[in-house]
Design a protein around this ligand. Structure first.
Ligand SMILES: C[S@@+](CC[C@H](N)C(=O)[O-])C[C@H]1O[C@@H](n2cnc3c(N)ncnc32)[C@H](O)[C@@H]1O
Length: 261
């Protein structure tokens, strides 16, 4: 990150280590973890374009069965840099550990901050189908006209997107990948074509793929040499037109209820 120029990135999107002892991190106290994150966030703020956004995607750290929501621990760091929170997006998914002494966790969050009040936000490319597209105004001057936007509705701040588990089409050897479709929504809404997207904890390059697939420039870093190699391979497959990704707005599979046809 230190090699990159001030204010050169339009979107900085990432999922850092969660301090839970994964193979790519050394577990430490939450205080030290927050200090380490503060150093990365300071660099991210330096690199952020005045119209740009930072999206920090995190879950929980767990210690002796106690849950520490990382977005709550990290929020003050961003506020101390004067950033403004635009959404706290809840990402829900169907698969994960089955807990015995608390409810099984099935969501994480994305803190979306901007540097200023004048920021890029394009809603149309990320609209989702309306539930009742034929619904009409029932009174007033538009009575009888279709009331919903024909391009679809705002996807809201709750996103139900399958996480990348063993049978997911995007699965690699990385233990915690982003689904590409999740990052694509952020790329399409928060940047323009030709803009630059940085993921400081790149892993196997899911953010870079979401950026390149949509005509943006991609930057990233990771301490895992093997992850960078996988990221390079995936980017090459994307360029060859061979990379399989789950479509951004593909509906979630709902098993049929017993008795349904
Ligand atoms: C949650 S994973 C991110 C995965 C990524 N979103 C993807 O789709 O592959 C966190 C990543 O941070 C990397 N990492 C851990 N400490 C780091 C550091 N100090 N600097 C850069 N990367 C680091 C790990 O190797 C790991 O790939």
């Amino acid at each position: 990150m230190r090699k990159l120029k001030n204010e050169s990135m339009h979107l900085i999107v990432t999922s850092p280590p969660y301090n839970i002892g994964k193979e790519y991190e050394r577990r430490t106290s939450n205080d030290v973890y927050v200090e380490q994150q503060a150093a990365a966030v300071a660099e991210a703020v330096r690199l952020l374009h005045p119209r740009g956004s930072i999206c920090w995607q995190v879950g929980n750290s767990i210690e002796d069965g106690e849950v520490f929501p990382l977005d709550i621990l990290l929020y003050p760091i961003f506020k101390n840099h004067g950033l403004k929170l635009r959404n706290r997006i809840v990402w829900t998914f169907g698969h994960g550990l089955h807990c015995q002494k608390r409810l099984s966790g099935r969501h994480e969050t994305i803190l979306w901050f901007t540097k200023s009040d004048d920021y890029t936000f394009n809603l149309d490319p990320i609209r989702v189908p309306s539930k009742y597209p034929e619904k009409k105004h029932f009174k007033g001057p538009n009575r009888g006209k279709v009331s919903s936007n024909p391009l679809g509705k705002n996807p809201s701040d709750v996103w139900d997107i399958p996480n990348v588990k063993s049978n997911h089409v995007e699965k690699t050897d990385h233990p915690c990948q982003f689904p590409v479709g999740l990052v694509e929504r952020l790329v399409l809404a928060l940047t323009e074509k030709g803009d630059s997207v940085l993921d400081p904890y790149l892993g196997v390059g899911s953010s870079a793929i979401a950026a390149l697939k949509n005509g943006r420039h991609a930057f990233g870093c990771d301490i895992g040499e093997e992850y960078i190699q996988l990221a390079r391979g995936r980017i090459q497959s994307l360029r060859n037109g061979e990379l399989r990704t789950r479509p951004m707005n593909k509906p979630i599979y709902e098993p049929p209820l017993k008795g349904d046809q």
